[in-house]
Design a protein around this ligand. Structure first.
Ligand SMILES: NC(=O)c1ccc[n+]([C@@H]2O[C@H](COP(=O)([O-])OP(=O)(O)OC[C@H]3O[C@@H](n4cnc5c(N)ncnc54)[C@H](O)[C@@H]3O)[C@@H](O)[C@H]2O)c1
Length: 448
Protein backbone atom coordinates (compact mmCIF):
# COMPACT_ATOMS: atom_id res chain seq x y z
CA UNK A 1 0.00 0.00 0.00
CA UNK A 2 1.36 3.43 -0.89
CA UNK A 3 1.71 6.06 1.84
CA UNK A 4 -1.05 8.68 1.71
CA UNK A 5 0.33 12.06 0.73
CA UNK A 6 0.30 15.07 3.09
CA UNK A 7 -1.14 17.13 0.30
CA UNK A 8 -3.06 14.17 -0.93
CA UNK A 9 -6.81 14.42 -1.23
CA UNK A 10 -7.50 15.58 -4.73
CA UNK A 11 -10.68 17.52 -5.14
CA UNK A 12 -13.33 16.13 -7.52
CA UNK A 13 -14.43 17.94 -10.73
CA UNK A 14 -14.36 21.68 -10.22
CA UNK A 15 -16.71 24.01 -12.02
CA UNK A 16 -14.99 27.24 -12.96
CA UNK A 17 -15.48 30.35 -10.80
CA UNK A 18 -16.77 33.38 -12.69
CA UNK A 19 -14.10 36.06 -12.91
CA UNK A 20 -14.23 39.23 -10.78
CA UNK A 21 -14.70 41.54 -13.71
CA UNK A 22 -15.86 45.13 -13.25
CA UNK A 23 -16.74 46.98 -10.08
CA UNK A 24 -17.65 45.45 -6.73
CA UNK A 25 -20.15 47.64 -4.89
CA UNK A 26 -19.94 47.45 -1.11
CA UNK A 27 -22.95 48.75 0.80
CA UNK A 28 -22.14 49.27 4.46
CA UNK A 29 -24.95 49.51 7.00
CA UNK A 30 -23.74 51.91 9.69
CA UNK A 31 -20.96 54.31 8.72
CA UNK A 32 -19.37 54.50 12.17
CA UNK A 33 -15.89 53.71 13.49
CA UNK A 34 -15.35 50.32 11.81
CA UNK A 35 -16.92 51.30 8.49
CA UNK A 36 -15.01 54.57 8.12
CA UNK A 37 -11.76 52.87 9.10
CA UNK A 38 -12.45 50.27 6.41
CA UNK A 39 -13.32 52.80 3.72
CA UNK A 40 -10.51 55.25 4.49
CA UNK A 41 -8.11 52.34 4.89
CA UNK A 42 -8.92 50.83 1.50
CA UNK A 43 -8.45 54.21 -0.17
CA UNK A 44 -5.16 54.83 1.69
CA UNK A 45 -3.91 51.42 0.57
CA UNK A 46 -5.03 52.02 -3.02
CA UNK A 47 -3.00 55.23 -3.02
CA UNK A 48 0.04 53.42 -1.63
CA UNK A 49 0.06 55.31 1.70
CA UNK A 50 -0.15 52.16 3.82
CA UNK A 51 -0.11 48.38 3.76
CA UNK A 52 -3.23 46.16 4.23
CA UNK A 53 -1.97 44.71 7.51
CA UNK A 54 -4.35 42.26 9.15
CA UNK A 55 -6.00 41.27 5.89
CA UNK A 56 -5.59 37.66 4.86
CA UNK A 57 -6.90 38.27 1.34
CA UNK A 58 -4.27 40.96 0.75
CA UNK A 59 -1.22 39.66 2.63
CA UNK A 60 -1.85 35.97 3.25
CA UNK A 61 -0.34 33.10 1.29
CA UNK A 62 -1.54 29.56 0.73
CA UNK A 63 0.69 26.51 0.50
CA UNK A 64 -0.08 24.26 -2.47
CA UNK A 65 1.22 20.71 -2.75
CA UNK A 66 3.98 19.20 -0.67
CA UNK A 67 6.14 21.10 1.82
CA UNK A 68 9.10 20.45 -0.47
CA UNK A 69 7.39 22.04 -3.50
CA UNK A 70 8.02 25.60 -2.26
CA UNK A 71 4.75 26.77 -3.78
CA UNK A 72 2.96 29.34 -1.59
CA UNK A 73 1.32 32.02 -3.72
CA UNK A 74 -0.41 35.06 -2.30
CA UNK A 75 -4.12 34.38 -1.84
CA UNK A 76 -4.97 37.37 -4.03
CA UNK A 77 -2.89 35.87 -6.86
CA UNK A 78 -4.23 32.36 -6.37
CA UNK A 79 -7.93 33.28 -6.22
CA UNK A 80 -10.14 35.27 -8.59
CA UNK A 81 -11.04 37.81 -5.90
CA UNK A 82 -11.94 41.44 -6.60
CA UNK A 83 -9.06 43.92 -6.65
CA UNK A 84 -9.12 46.77 -4.14
CA UNK A 85 -9.07 49.17 -7.11
CA UNK A 86 -12.48 47.84 -8.18
CA UNK A 87 -14.29 48.41 -4.86
CA UNK A 88 -16.88 51.19 -4.71
CA UNK A 89 -18.39 52.08 -1.32
CA UNK A 90 -21.74 53.43 -0.26
CA UNK A 91 -23.91 52.91 2.81
CA UNK A 92 -26.68 53.85 5.18
CA UNK A 93 -26.60 55.62 8.52
CA UNK A 94 -29.07 57.17 10.95
CA UNK A 95 -26.94 60.35 10.96
CA UNK A 96 -26.32 62.54 7.93
CA UNK A 97 -22.55 62.83 8.44
CA UNK A 98 -20.53 61.91 5.37
CA UNK A 99 -17.68 59.41 5.76
CA UNK A 100 -15.10 62.16 6.37
CA UNK A 101 -17.16 63.71 9.18
CA UNK A 102 -17.99 60.35 10.70
CA UNK A 103 -14.33 59.22 10.57
CA UNK A 104 -13.27 62.49 12.23
CA UNK A 105 -15.86 61.90 14.94
CA UNK A 106 -14.72 58.30 15.48
CA UNK A 107 -11.09 59.48 16.05
CA UNK A 108 -9.59 56.17 14.98
CA UNK A 109 -7.40 57.48 12.17
CA UNK A 110 -5.15 60.51 12.47
CA UNK A 111 -6.29 63.90 11.19
CA UNK A 112 -3.45 64.10 8.64
CA UNK A 113 -4.48 60.96 6.80
CA UNK A 114 -8.15 61.95 6.88
CA UNK A 115 -7.35 65.39 5.45
CA UNK A 116 -5.34 63.76 2.69
CA UNK A 117 -8.34 61.59 1.78
CA UNK A 118 -10.97 64.27 2.47
CA UNK A 119 -12.44 64.79 -1.04
CA UNK A 120 -12.87 61.04 -1.52
CA UNK A 121 -14.40 60.47 1.92
CA UNK A 122 -16.68 63.50 1.79
CA UNK A 123 -18.25 62.25 -1.40
CA UNK A 124 -19.61 59.14 0.37
CA UNK A 125 -22.85 60.24 1.97
CA UNK A 126 -25.18 57.89 3.79
CA UNK A 127 -28.57 56.89 2.48
CA UNK A 128 -31.38 57.28 5.05
CA UNK A 129 -31.48 54.31 7.41
CA UNK A 130 -34.07 51.87 8.65
CA UNK A 131 -34.02 52.53 12.36
CA UNK A 132 -36.15 52.14 15.46
CA UNK A 133 -34.86 53.21 18.84
CA UNK A 134 -36.63 50.29 20.49
CA UNK A 135 -33.77 48.12 19.13
CA UNK A 136 -30.81 50.39 20.05
CA UNK A 137 -31.74 52.35 23.13
CA UNK A 138 -28.76 54.70 23.32
CA UNK A 139 -29.09 56.18 19.79
CA UNK A 140 -31.41 58.87 18.47
CA UNK A 141 -31.46 58.64 14.70
CA UNK A 142 -32.63 61.52 12.53
CA UNK A 143 -31.68 60.41 9.01
CA UNK A 144 -34.24 57.62 8.76
CA UNK A 145 -36.76 56.19 6.33
CA UNK A 146 -40.46 56.18 7.06
CA UNK A 147 -42.91 53.65 5.73
CA UNK A 148 -46.30 52.16 6.39
CA UNK A 149 -44.83 48.93 7.76
CA UNK A 150 -41.59 46.93 7.91
CA UNK A 151 -42.26 45.41 4.47
CA UNK A 152 -42.48 48.91 3.03
CA UNK A 153 -39.10 49.74 4.63
CA UNK A 154 -37.60 46.53 3.24
CA UNK A 155 -38.83 47.52 -0.22
CA UNK A 156 -37.17 50.90 0.13
CA UNK A 157 -33.87 49.21 1.01
CA UNK A 158 -34.31 46.90 -2.01
CA UNK A 159 -34.79 50.00 -4.16
CA UNK A 160 -31.52 51.44 -2.75
CA UNK A 161 -29.72 48.21 -3.64
CA UNK A 162 -31.26 48.10 -7.12
CA UNK A 163 -30.22 51.70 -7.80
CA UNK A 164 -26.64 50.99 -6.69
CA UNK A 165 -26.56 47.78 -8.74
CA UNK A 166 -27.03 49.90 -11.87
CA UNK A 167 -23.69 51.64 -11.19
CA UNK A 168 -21.54 48.58 -10.40
CA UNK A 169 -21.23 44.95 -11.51
CA UNK A 170 -21.77 43.10 -8.23
CA UNK A 171 -22.89 44.06 -4.72
CA UNK A 172 -22.18 42.86 -1.17
CA UNK A 173 -23.89 44.27 1.94
CA UNK A 174 -22.14 44.31 5.31
CA UNK A 175 -23.66 45.29 8.67
CA UNK A 176 -21.27 47.55 10.61
CA UNK A 177 -24.15 49.11 12.53
CA UNK A 178 -24.67 49.21 16.26
CA UNK A 179 -25.49 46.18 18.38
CA UNK A 180 -29.23 45.73 18.71
CA UNK A 181 -31.11 44.36 21.71
CA UNK A 182 -31.11 40.63 22.32
CA UNK A 183 -33.78 38.85 20.26
CA UNK A 184 -34.38 35.12 20.23
CA UNK A 185 -35.72 33.47 17.06
CA UNK A 186 -39.48 33.00 17.24
CA UNK A 187 -42.27 31.72 14.98
CA UNK A 188 -41.83 34.64 12.62
CA UNK A 189 -38.25 33.57 11.89
CA UNK A 190 -38.98 30.00 10.91
CA UNK A 191 -40.06 30.28 7.26
CA UNK A 192 -39.85 32.89 4.53
CA UNK A 193 -43.65 33.09 4.39
CA UNK A 194 -43.92 33.72 8.15
CA UNK A 195 -41.16 36.31 7.97
CA UNK A 196 -42.81 38.17 5.09
CA UNK A 197 -46.10 38.18 6.97
CA UNK A 198 -44.22 39.49 10.01
CA UNK A 199 -42.82 42.35 7.91
CA UNK A 200 -46.34 43.31 6.90
CA UNK A 201 -47.61 42.98 10.48
CA UNK A 202 -44.68 44.89 12.04
CA UNK A 203 -43.71 41.91 14.17
CA UNK A 204 -41.52 43.16 17.08
CA UNK A 205 -39.19 40.17 16.55
CA UNK A 206 -37.98 41.79 13.32
CA UNK A 207 -35.24 44.34 14.05
CA UNK A 208 -33.85 46.81 11.48
CA UNK A 209 -30.78 44.64 10.79
CA UNK A 210 -33.12 41.85 9.68
CA UNK A 211 -34.89 44.24 7.32
CA UNK A 212 -31.61 45.12 5.57
CA UNK A 213 -30.67 41.45 5.48
CA UNK A 214 -34.01 40.46 4.00
CA UNK A 215 -33.67 43.14 1.31
CA UNK A 216 -30.14 42.03 0.40
CA UNK A 217 -31.01 38.32 0.30
CA UNK A 218 -34.09 39.00 -1.86
CA UNK A 219 -31.80 40.86 -4.23
CA UNK A 220 -29.44 37.87 -4.37
CA UNK A 221 -26.75 39.93 -2.62
CA UNK A 222 -24.35 38.34 -0.08
CA UNK A 223 -24.70 39.69 3.46
CA UNK A 224 -22.08 39.82 6.22
CA UNK A 225 -22.85 40.71 9.82
CA UNK A 226 -20.20 42.38 11.96
CA UNK A 227 -22.39 42.65 15.07
CA UNK A 228 -23.85 39.94 17.32
CA UNK A 229 -27.47 40.68 16.29
CA UNK A 230 -29.78 37.91 15.08
CA UNK A 231 -29.85 39.53 11.57
CA UNK A 232 -29.44 36.41 9.34
CA UNK A 233 -29.10 33.76 12.01
CA UNK A 234 -32.51 32.13 11.64
CA UNK A 235 -34.11 29.55 9.33
CA UNK A 236 -36.01 31.97 7.07
CA UNK A 237 -32.83 33.93 6.30
CA UNK A 238 -30.89 30.73 5.60
CA UNK A 239 -33.66 29.61 3.24
CA UNK A 240 -33.59 32.93 1.38
CA UNK A 241 -29.82 32.82 1.20
CA UNK A 242 -29.92 29.40 -0.44
CA UNK A 243 -32.78 30.11 -2.83
CA UNK A 244 -31.30 33.38 -4.06
CA UNK A 245 -27.62 32.34 -4.08
CA UNK A 246 -26.84 35.09 -1.60
CA UNK A 247 -24.13 33.72 0.72
CA UNK A 248 -24.15 34.51 4.44
CA UNK A 249 -21.81 33.59 7.30
CA UNK A 250 -21.94 34.02 11.06
CA UNK A 251 -21.91 37.17 13.13
CA UNK A 252 -19.79 39.50 15.23
CA UNK A 253 -16.23 40.27 14.07
CA UNK A 254 -13.70 38.24 16.07
CA UNK A 255 -11.24 41.04 16.72
CA UNK A 256 -9.57 41.34 20.14
CA UNK A 257 -10.33 39.51 23.33
CA UNK A 258 -12.23 36.67 21.68
CA UNK A 259 -9.50 36.22 19.07
CA UNK A 260 -7.01 35.66 21.89
CA UNK A 261 -9.48 33.44 23.76
CA UNK A 262 -9.89 31.17 20.75
CA UNK A 263 -6.10 30.84 20.55
CA UNK A 264 -5.44 30.18 24.25
CA UNK A 265 -8.35 27.84 25.00
CA UNK A 266 -7.37 25.32 22.28
CA UNK A 267 -3.82 25.33 23.69
CA UNK A 268 -5.08 24.44 27.17
CA UNK A 269 -7.26 21.70 25.76
CA UNK A 270 -4.53 20.32 23.53
CA UNK A 271 -2.28 19.99 26.60
CA UNK A 272 -5.09 18.68 28.87
CA UNK A 273 -4.69 21.60 31.29
CA UNK A 274 -7.78 22.40 33.36
CA UNK A 275 -9.53 25.76 33.55
CA UNK A 276 -11.26 26.79 36.75
CA UNK A 277 -12.22 30.32 35.78
CA UNK A 278 -11.93 32.90 33.04
CA UNK A 279 -12.74 36.48 33.85
CA UNK A 280 -12.74 38.87 30.89
CA UNK A 281 -13.34 42.56 31.23
CA UNK A 282 -13.18 45.40 28.71
CA UNK A 283 -13.09 49.16 28.91
CA UNK A 284 -13.83 51.19 25.82
CA UNK A 285 -15.07 54.66 25.11
CA UNK A 286 -16.33 54.78 21.54
CA UNK A 287 -19.96 54.91 20.40
CA UNK A 288 -20.02 51.11 20.35
CA UNK A 289 -19.07 51.19 24.05
CA UNK A 290 -21.87 53.64 24.74
CA UNK A 291 -24.41 51.43 22.94
CA UNK A 292 -23.14 48.34 24.78
CA UNK A 293 -23.59 50.18 28.09
CA UNK A 294 -27.29 49.50 27.61
CA UNK A 295 -28.04 46.14 29.28
CA UNK A 296 -30.21 44.94 26.38
CA UNK A 297 -27.52 45.52 23.76
CA UNK A 298 -24.87 44.13 26.13
CA UNK A 299 -26.87 40.92 26.49
CA UNK A 300 -26.56 40.34 22.72
CA UNK A 301 -22.79 40.85 22.89
CA UNK A 302 -22.45 38.79 26.06
CA UNK A 303 -24.11 35.75 24.49
CA UNK A 304 -21.74 36.01 21.55
CA UNK A 305 -18.63 36.37 23.71
CA UNK A 306 -19.60 33.65 26.19
CA UNK A 307 -20.35 30.99 23.60
CA UNK A 308 -16.80 30.22 22.51
CA UNK A 309 -15.31 28.51 25.57
CA UNK A 310 -17.88 25.75 25.95
CA UNK A 311 -17.55 24.73 22.33
CA UNK A 312 -13.75 24.71 22.43
CA UNK A 313 -13.25 23.07 25.83
CA UNK A 314 -16.06 20.49 25.53
CA UNK A 315 -16.76 20.03 29.28
CA UNK A 316 -19.00 17.06 28.49
CA UNK A 317 -15.97 15.20 27.09
CA UNK A 318 -13.54 16.47 29.74
CA UNK A 319 -15.52 16.92 32.97
CA UNK A 320 -12.41 16.71 35.18
CA UNK A 321 -10.88 19.66 33.39
CA UNK A 322 -13.72 21.98 32.41
CA UNK A 323 -17.01 21.07 34.02
CA UNK A 324 -16.91 23.74 36.73
CA UNK A 325 -15.42 26.61 34.76
CA UNK A 326 -16.60 30.06 35.89
CA UNK A 327 -16.70 32.29 32.79
CA UNK A 328 -17.57 35.97 33.11
CA UNK A 329 -17.49 38.72 30.48
CA UNK A 330 -17.88 42.43 31.32
CA UNK A 331 -17.84 45.49 29.07
CA UNK A 332 -17.61 48.92 30.67
CA UNK A 333 -18.09 52.22 28.86
CA UNK A 334 -15.12 54.43 29.74
CA UNK A 335 -14.99 57.52 27.48
CA UNK A 336 -11.32 58.53 27.93
CA UNK A 337 -10.16 55.45 25.99
CA UNK A 338 -12.17 56.13 22.85
CA UNK A 339 -11.67 53.35 20.29
CA UNK A 340 -8.55 52.10 22.08
CA UNK A 341 -10.05 49.30 24.07
CA UNK A 342 -8.36 47.52 26.95
CA UNK A 343 -9.35 43.88 27.17
CA UNK A 344 -8.12 42.25 30.35
CA UNK A 345 -8.34 38.54 31.07
CA UNK A 346 -7.59 36.62 34.24
CA UNK A 347 -7.41 32.89 33.62
CA UNK A 348 -7.22 30.39 36.47
CA UNK A 349 -5.84 27.14 35.13
CA UNK A 350 -4.68 23.97 36.85
CA UNK A 351 -2.12 21.31 36.00
CA UNK A 352 -0.60 18.04 37.19
CA UNK A 353 -2.30 16.82 40.38
CA UNK A 354 -4.61 19.83 40.28
CA UNK A 355 -2.02 22.49 41.17
CA UNK A 356 -3.37 25.97 40.31
CA UNK A 357 -1.71 28.57 38.07
CA UNK A 358 -2.78 31.92 36.65
CA UNK A 359 -2.40 33.69 33.32
CA UNK A 360 -3.11 37.41 32.84
CA UNK A 361 -3.62 38.92 29.42
CA UNK A 362 -3.84 42.68 29.02
CA UNK A 363 -4.59 43.51 25.39
CA UNK A 364 -4.33 47.23 24.67
CA UNK A 365 -5.95 47.05 21.29
CA UNK A 366 -7.53 49.31 18.72
CA UNK A 367 -10.96 48.02 18.00
CA UNK A 368 -11.58 49.34 14.53
CA UNK A 369 -7.99 48.77 13.40
CA UNK A 370 -8.56 45.09 14.14
CA UNK A 371 -12.08 45.00 12.65
CA UNK A 372 -11.51 46.82 9.33
CA UNK A 373 -9.40 44.09 7.64
CA UNK A 374 -11.92 41.47 8.77
CA UNK A 375 -14.71 43.48 7.14
CA UNK A 376 -12.67 43.73 3.94
CA UNK A 377 -11.90 40.00 3.84
CA UNK A 378 -15.52 39.05 4.51
CA UNK A 379 -16.72 41.26 1.68
CA UNK A 380 -14.17 39.85 -0.77
CA UNK A 381 -14.72 36.24 0.24
CA UNK A 382 -18.53 36.51 0.15
CA UNK A 383 -18.28 37.99 -3.34
CA UNK A 384 -16.02 35.07 -4.29
CA UNK A 385 -18.53 32.61 -2.80
CA UNK A 386 -21.31 34.14 -4.88
CA UNK A 387 -19.28 33.53 -8.06
CA UNK A 388 -18.23 29.98 -7.06
CA UNK A 389 -20.71 27.32 -8.27
CA UNK A 390 -19.70 24.95 -5.42
CA UNK A 391 -20.51 27.57 -2.75
CA UNK A 392 -23.09 29.99 -4.12
CA UNK A 393 -26.19 28.01 -3.16
CA UNK A 394 -24.97 26.61 0.15
CA UNK A 395 -26.36 29.52 2.15
CA UNK A 396 -24.07 29.52 5.21
CA UNK A 397 -20.36 29.74 4.39
CA UNK A 398 -19.01 27.95 7.43
CA UNK A 399 -15.44 28.30 6.12
CA UNK A 400 -15.65 32.00 7.08
CA UNK A 401 -16.04 31.08 10.81
CA UNK A 402 -12.41 32.22 11.15
CA UNK A 403 -13.52 35.86 11.25
CA UNK A 404 -16.48 35.59 13.59
CA UNK A 405 -17.26 35.29 17.28
CA UNK A 406 -20.51 33.44 16.52
CA UNK A 407 -20.08 31.34 13.40
CA UNK A 408 -23.28 30.09 11.81
CA UNK A 409 -23.57 26.38 10.99
CA UNK A 410 -26.00 23.93 9.46
CA UNK A 411 -28.72 22.84 11.84
CA UNK A 412 -27.54 20.32 14.42
CA UNK A 413 -23.85 21.08 13.83
CA UNK A 414 -21.76 22.69 16.57
CA UNK A 415 -19.59 25.62 15.46
CA UNK A 416 -15.80 25.39 15.33
CA UNK A 417 -14.31 28.21 17.42
CA UNK A 418 -10.68 27.07 17.54
CA UNK A 419 -8.86 29.65 15.41
CA UNK A 420 -6.48 27.08 13.93
CA UNK A 421 -9.21 24.66 12.94
CA UNK A 422 -11.01 27.64 11.41
CA UNK A 423 -7.89 28.73 9.55
CA UNK A 424 -7.34 25.21 8.18
CA UNK A 425 -10.99 24.95 7.16
CA UNK A 426 -10.80 28.28 5.35
CA UNK A 427 -7.63 27.43 3.44
CA UNK A 428 -8.74 23.91 2.56
CA UNK A 429 -12.02 25.31 1.24
CA UNK A 430 -10.05 27.66 -0.99
CA UNK A 431 -7.86 24.78 -2.24
CA UNK A 432 -11.00 22.71 -2.80
CA UNK A 433 -12.81 25.29 -4.94
CA UNK A 434 -9.65 25.85 -6.97
CA UNK A 435 -9.18 22.11 -7.65
CA UNK A 436 -5.99 21.85 -5.58
CA UNK A 437 -4.99 19.05 -3.20
CA UNK A 438 -6.23 19.46 0.37
CA UNK A 439 -3.51 19.59 3.01
CA UNK A 440 -3.79 16.95 5.71
CA UNK A 441 -0.50 17.59 7.58
CA UNK A 442 0.07 13.82 7.69
CA UNK A 443 3.50 13.98 6.10
CA UNK A 444 4.62 10.33 6.45
CA UNK A 445 5.73 10.25 2.83
CA UNK A 446 8.74 12.41 3.62
CA UNK A 447 10.12 9.47 5.67
CA UNK A 448 9.43 6.67 3.15
N1 LIG B 1 -14.64 47.24 16.42
C1 LIG B 1 -14.62 46.00 16.82
O1 LIG B 1 -13.60 45.48 17.22
C2 LIG B 1 -15.86 45.21 16.72
C3 LIG B 1 -15.76 43.85 16.96
C4 LIG B 1 -16.91 43.09 16.85
C5 LIG B 1 -18.10 43.67 16.54
N2 LIG B 1 -18.18 45.01 16.36
C6 LIG B 1 -19.50 45.55 16.08
O2 LIG B 1 -19.45 46.31 14.92
C7 LIG B 1 -20.48 47.29 14.99
C8 LIG B 1 -19.89 48.62 14.62
O3 LIG B 1 -18.92 49.04 15.56
P1 LIG B 1 -18.41 50.54 15.56
O4 LIG B 1 -17.30 50.60 16.56
O5 LIG B 1 -18.16 50.97 14.17
O6 LIG B 1 -19.68 51.30 16.15
P2 LIG B 1 -20.14 52.79 15.86
O7 LIG B 1 -21.10 53.11 16.94
O8 LIG B 1 -18.96 53.70 15.67
O9 LIG B 1 -20.86 52.70 14.45
C9 LIG B 1 -22.12 52.13 14.29
C10 LIG B 1 -22.85 53.00 13.30
O10 LIG B 1 -24.07 52.36 12.98
C11 LIG B 1 -25.06 53.34 12.86
N3 LIG B 1 -26.36 52.66 12.96
C12 LIG B 1 -26.96 52.14 14.06
N4 LIG B 1 -28.12 51.56 13.73
C13 LIG B 1 -28.26 51.72 12.40
C14 LIG B 1 -29.25 51.33 11.47
N5 LIG B 1 -30.33 50.67 11.86
N6 LIG B 1 -29.06 51.63 10.16
C15 LIG B 1 -27.96 52.29 9.74
N7 LIG B 1 -27.00 52.69 10.59
C16 LIG B 1 -27.14 52.40 11.90
C17 LIG B 1 -24.73 54.32 13.95
O11 LIG B 1 -25.31 55.57 13.72
C18 LIG B 1 -23.21 54.38 13.85
O12 LIG B 1 -22.77 55.35 12.95
C19 LIG B 1 -21.01 47.26 16.43
O13 LIG B 1 -22.22 46.52 16.46
C20 LIG B 1 -19.95 46.51 17.16
O14 LIG B 1 -20.45 45.83 18.30
C21 LIG B 1 -17.07 45.80 16.44
Amino acid sequence: MSTPQEGGQKTAEVQPISPATGKLGVMVVGLGAVATTLIAGVEAIRRGYAKPIGSLTQMGTIRLGKRTDGNSPLLKDFLPIAQLEDIVFTGWDIFEDNVYESAAHAKVLEKEILLELKPYLEAIKPLPAVFDQYYVKRLHGTHVKTGKNKMDLAEQVRADIQAFKKTVDRVVVIWCGSTEIFIEPSEVHQTVAAFEQGLVDNDPGIAPSQIYAYAALKEGVPFANGAPNLTVDFPAAVELSRINAAPICGKDFKTGQTLIKTVLAPAFKARMLGVAGWYSTNILGNRDGEVLDDPESFKTKEESKLGVLDFILQPELYPDLYKDIFHKVRINYYPPRGDNKEGWDNIDIFGWLGYPMQIKVDFLCRDSILAAPIALDLVLFLDLAKRTPMLANLGIQEWLSFYLKSPQTAEGLYPEHDLFIQSMKLKNTLRHIMGEDLITHLGLEYYD
